[in-house]
Design a protein around this ligand. Structure first.
Ligand code: ATP
Ligand code: MG
Length: 327
């Protein structure tokens, strides 16, 4: 069984995200006809929805060289300048998590995106002469470099935190949507057939239902079920899939132990609780809660934000009551 990460390599294999996919396919077609590069594009959406995958597909379909960078590794403006200076015609430069680019680094992108040029500070070629004349050999001068036509793809999980000047320089902004159960079922079935693992459509739906509308989570669940079946010398059946999910503490709605502890805390409090207090009580960071736990609980109507903190909705009370009855 081949268990490497089988990312879809073409638009045809990439399930769902119809709007983003169609726009990119049109841009691809028109760029190929014109013989130009695709316009600078921002991809936003929650973790695991397929931003990186979509960018790699775009590079494949365009036959372009792809340079992938992560904002947190670009702390020094010169690092970005060096990458931009090395671009070849029609290259795609992909930077992940653009909301966390330092301002000085971001500013280099402004002219690269808008005017297709960057300004670099280089050491003067007269450095030696200056040194001989007793002047500092660290004399520098500014040069402007015209870049070849290229495409910048910026990805972010927090679109609201991308600065206005950077955001406004993207010609296209595409928001990836949470997946529907049917789409996740398809993703699970495609991946399992690539891995030569038999899973019935009914069981693929069971996996999809617990995937929190996210492709990465669906594939993570599938991989766990495969491990479980191999270890227990069994095939995928209602019983093995249920056992595998129970062992991982994942319930029928895809909620995990941390989700349930979070909801239990809010239900017990009966009044709004601040994020920091919840984080301290659960021993989690506020960032983990606000980025990985709360979005799904809010989307599914378990909790809401109020003026003085987070509040449990009736759905959370029902769930906790049901859990207490079952134990
Ligand atoms: N539409 C899709 N069809 C099939 N598989 C998908 C799709 N979208 C994502 N995947 C799979 O889900 C996983 C996560 O996708 P990806 O890494 O592209 O997400 P991301 O949005 O870049 O996440 P992050 O914000 O954490 O970087 C990958 O293994 C990818 O192959
Ligand atoms: Mg990514």
């Amino acid at each position: 069984m081949n268990e490497t990460n089988h990312r879809p390599a073409s638009f045809a294999e990439y399930v769902g995200q119809t709007q983003a996919k169609t726009v990119l396919q049109i841009l691809c077609k028109s760029a190929k006809k014109k013989g130009t590069s695709i316009c600078h594009t921002m991809l936003s959406g929650r973790p695991g929805l397929g931003k990186t995958t979509l960018c790699r597909i775009l590079a494949n379909e365009m036959g372009s060289n792809l340079i992938e960078l992560i904002a947190s590794n670009l702390q020094d403006p010169q690092q970005l300048t060096a990458q931009l200076a090395g671009l070849q015609e029609n290259d795609i430069l992909f930077i992940d998590e653009i909301h966390s680019l330092p301002r000085a680094v971001e500013e280099i992108l402004y002219s690269a995106m808008e005017d297709g040029r960057i300004t670099m500070v280089v050491e003067s070629e007269y450095g030696d002469l200056m040194k001989n004349l007793g002047m500092s050999s660290k004399q520098t001068r500014t040069v402007t470099l015209d870049l070849p036509p290229f495409t910048f793809i910026g990805a972010t999980t927090l679109a609201g935190m991308v600065s206005a000047p950077l955001r406004s320089r993207f010609i296209q902004t595409l928001d990836l949507e949470p997946y529907a159960i049917d789409e996740l079922k398809q993703i699970v079935q495609n991946a399992s057939s690539k891995m030569n693992f038999d899973i019935s459509p009914t069981l693929a739906i069971e996996v999809a239902k617990r995937a929190r509308n996210t492709a990465r989570i669906a594939l993570g669940h599938l991989k766990w079920i495969i491990e479980y079946c191999i270890a227990t010398d069994s095939s995928a059946s209602t019983q093995t899939v249920t056992e595998a999910f129970i062992l991982k503490g994942i319930d029928d709605n895809g909620l995990t132990k941390i989700d349930r502890s979070y909801l239990q805390l809010l239900v017990n409090a009966k009044s709004p609780v601040g994020l920091n207090s919840i984080a301290a009580s659960l021993g989690e960071s506020s960032q983990t809660l606000s980025e990985s736990v709360e979005p799904y609980l809010m989307q599914e109507g378990y909790i809401r934000r109020a003026n003085r903190g987070r509040v449990a909705e009736q759905k959370a009370f029902n769930l906790i009551l049901k859990m207490e009855v079952c134990t």
